[in-house]
Design a protein around this ligand. Structure first.
Ligand SMILES: [Zn+2]
Length: 300
């Protein structure tokens, strides 16, 4: 089964290993190959502490790594197709239109306005609950105009509804689960799920164990499958995808994924379990690959 991933912080991983210029091909590629991951967001996360200069430097580094890769490409000419994504835009404090244009010119095709921080555009769900700022509204409008997909995974609820109202295009939550099963600030309420569905967007469920159950409960793959069953019942398979947010390649985070899916090399376990839970093969293909690919294709 082919897989697609709406969220993977490989951008930061590459930027944090400047002495390994071939890290993408030598470290990540064999893992992608083993899991049959064929399409992925390459995300650079900006946590609230980066200025615009640092954001640009990071994006240029990651873009360059992909342009020189033997196996990854922004196009369909190599084994694995990728696009850049930005998680958090704390470096944008003025002229958002110009900055969104710059990001787009450097292959960024998906963006969220904040991480867990409260910045000049938006406020993370961890930080509070308030309206989108004027600059944030301009940013969303520019993303619509230039054709950059909008990710709401980290923003607070008030921001979420503002974005849903302002955006004329579908919105996604690239790596979030459901409050109906676990009331984590990063998970979505049933009302938010409904909004994403009605706007023809996607929810990328995340198999990181502390978004599935409280951290100390060591959530399992079956607990994660419960989330996918819940989503199917609430919004239907057409609006479901996966946002893995792998962290296991970060030292000290090896145990971040649900028990039963240790890293990207184990993701086929999800497809196997979904079939065992009565999902049709065509539905599993949609969730694991097709919905993400079809959604992002429009923006590539
Ligand atoms: Zn995140």
């Amino acid at each position: 089964m082919k897989f697609a991933n709406l969220h993977d912080d490989i951008g930061n991983d590459l930027f944090d290993h400047p002495n390994e210029p071939n890290r993408l091909d030598e470290f990540h590629y064999p893992r992608f190959k083993q899991g049959n991951m064929k399409f992925s967001a390459i995300v650079s996360c900006f946590d609230g502490n980066q200025n615009w200069k640092t954001m640009k430097k990071t994006i240029l580094h990651v873009e360059n790594a992909i342009l020189h890769s033997k196996h990854f490409s922004f196009d369909t000419d190599k084994d694995i197709q990728v696009f850049l994504a930005v998680e958090g835009m704390c470096g944008i404090v003025d002229e958002p239109e110009d900055k969104i244009n710059w990001l787009y010119d450097h292959h960024v095709r998906l963006g969220s306005l904040c991480w867990n921080d409260d910045n000049a555009l938006a406020c993370g769900a961890k930080k509070g609950n308030k309206p989108l700022t004027e600059l944030g509204i301009r940013t969303i409008k520019q993303m619509n105009k230039i054709n950059m997909a909008i990710d709401t995974s980290h923003c607070c609820e008030w921001n979420f509804y503002d974005i849903a109202r302002i955006s004329e295009k579908p919105i996604i939550a690239s790596h979030s689960n459901v409050k109906g099963l676990y009331n984590h600030y990063r998970n979505l309420t049933d009302a938010q799920l409904e909004v994403i569905k009605n706007k023809n967007g996607l929810v990328g469920a995340i198999p990181v164990r502390w978004f599935v159950k409280p951290k100390e409960q060591n959530a399992t793959l079956d607990n994660f499958i419960d989330i996918l069953v819940y989503l199917k019942n609430k919004i239907g398979v057409d609006h479901m995808a996966l946002g893995f947010d792998f962290m296991d390649y970060i030292p000290g985070m090896e145990e971040s994924n649900v028990v039963g899916m240790k890293d990207i090399t184990d993701i086929q376990n999800i497809a196997v379990r979904l079939i065992q839970h009565g999902f049709l093969k065509s539905e599993v293909e949609q969730i694991c690959f097709k919905n993400s690919f079809d959604f992002m294709k429009y923006y590539l």
